[in-house]
Design a protein. Structure first.
Length: 182
């Protein structure tokens, strides 16, 4: 044994039993505190951080899966629309709208062309349609015919106003776009 160890052992044996109990308790407490601060607490922190990272990763995986599913659904819809544009009939938008209006038993007050944004893959034709003194049923029928036409048509910016002189009739303004592949 080393000299230092012998001195500690001699010091210990010189202590009274009550002092040995107090010093021993303090030593055990010190060892427990050092174990707690140096080993147990850091391991618990690491475990808690790992659990938090796992929870975050699981949430991110769930979100990624949801976004992937939405992307697949949107891509499928986009392919269907692109196929409809590519294979759909071509026709003058003014003529198509006049025909659909006649089928809906109403007269279009005006159809005015509007500027459409440029797109590298599609040519958009856009017009503003104004209907005067029409019923709600006529309007709904006309809009339904536009949305379900063979040619891909899209209704945008719909505005309905009741007429001040006849509350059962409407003035309707909306934009319609048609698309053709370039």
């Amino acid at each position: 044994m080393s000299e230092r160890w012998r001195q500690v052992l001699a010091w210990w044996t010189d202590l009274a039993p009550r002092e040995q109990a107090l010093v021993g308790g303090a030593g055990v407490s010190l060892v427990l505190v050092l174990l707690w601060l140096g080993l147990i607490q850091p391991v618990r922190s690491l475990v808690a951080n790992a659990e938090a990272r796992v929870d975050t990763a699981e949430q991110e995986v769930a979100l990624s899966t949801q976004l992937r599913d939405e992307l697949v659904a949107v891509s499928t819809q986009l392919r269907a629309v692109e196929e409809r544009v590519r294979r759909g009939p071509r026709g003058n938008l003014f003529t198509v709208l006049e025909s659909l209006a006649a089928q809906s038993a109403l007269k279009v007050a005006s159809v005015e062309p509007q500027a459409a944004p440029n797109h590298e893959r599609y040519q958009e034709s856009k017009v503003q349609v104004v209907l005067k003194e029409v019923t709600l049923a006529q309007t709904v029928n006309f809009l339904h015919r536009i949305e379900s036409a063979e040619q891909l048509l899209s209704v945008k910016s719909l505005r309905l106003r009741t007429r001040p002189d006849q509350s059962d009739l409407l003035d309707v303004t909306f934009s319609v776009s048609s698309f053709e592949a370039r």
